[in-house]
Design a protein. Sequence first.
Length: 326
Amino acid sequence: MKTQILQVDDVSIQLAAKGIVDGKTVAYPTDTVYGLGANALNEEAVKKVYSAKGRQITKPLIVCVADKAMFKRVVQKITPTASKLIDLFLPGALTLVLPKSDIVPSVVTAGGANIAVRIPKSDIALKLIRYAGVPITAPSANTSSKPSPTLAKHVQDDLNGKIDYILDGGACDIGIESTVIDLTGKPRMLRSGGVDLEAIEKVVGKVEVERHETNYAKQYAPKASVYFSAFYDEMHHTICDRYDMLSMRGQTPVILCVSDRNKLYGKRNYYDMGDSYDDYAHNLFAALRRADDDGYNAVIAEGIPAGGIGDTLINRLIRSSGGQII
Ligand code: TXA
Ligand code: MG
């Protein structure tokens, strides 16, 4: 299959939308990361998404819709709590899990009774969905277990020849995936992400948190080994020690650090992750992929204080390191 890369304008979005209607696969930019779209109501098209990603058929897909009316079509009902969250946070980086409606084929939910839905805050994604007129699948458009794609190039590196179109809309705003909240019982967070838990709790009260920290299943992983430092004032000493030890063993490490700490690493190689932890999050997946492209075989990531976007960064880095914490 030849993958066509389309520069974004109205004509190309319409072409991609027609592709969706015809059962094709389209990678498209969202506010969080690039998504891999297919008509969520077309079983055969949805199967192509699993096979392009190499994703296990037991892992359900998120679906993106354009507005609350379309949201209503894919769930049995919008509960009062869901309604509040939709009005406050969507379009945005929040995904809600609710019992699915009958029009959604079970391949989307991996055979389960519930569906994960969000409205992306991206004009390109919203136009694509509106022109297609159907809900569109929205798993991250990467090969399973790789870092999520925040540029069209990342999608191309993973999925070239496996999907029909890539809509190139430049870099994603947030660069990290949506927060996933299960509303089928008491509100429960399944994944931290672009919307802070604290902001959600202000609206719905206490949210239970699924603890993944004991399960170090590797995800978001580049080819390079990732080491993740705990956060404390003097962490640069530990990071430098690890860097020097790896170098002595003939490896080529690179450090991920925030701007005002660059100077602590002397002549060692580093990527500047920006001034803030939001920048660190925005740049994380791209940096992990760049390390491979630049020929580094170890990445040592600075620790981040807990809370807000920090929790999401810690979650992604623990997984990406497979639990190699220094
Ligand atoms: O920001 C995002 O959410 C991006 C953009 C493209 O929308 N998508 C994304 O999809 O991150 P993916 O497939 O990489 O991650 C989906 C997460 C997984 O943790 C999956 O287990 C969970 O959502 N999920 C999907 N459907 C679910 C369901 N029916 N019930 C519970 N969890 C679900
Ligand atoms: Mg993913």
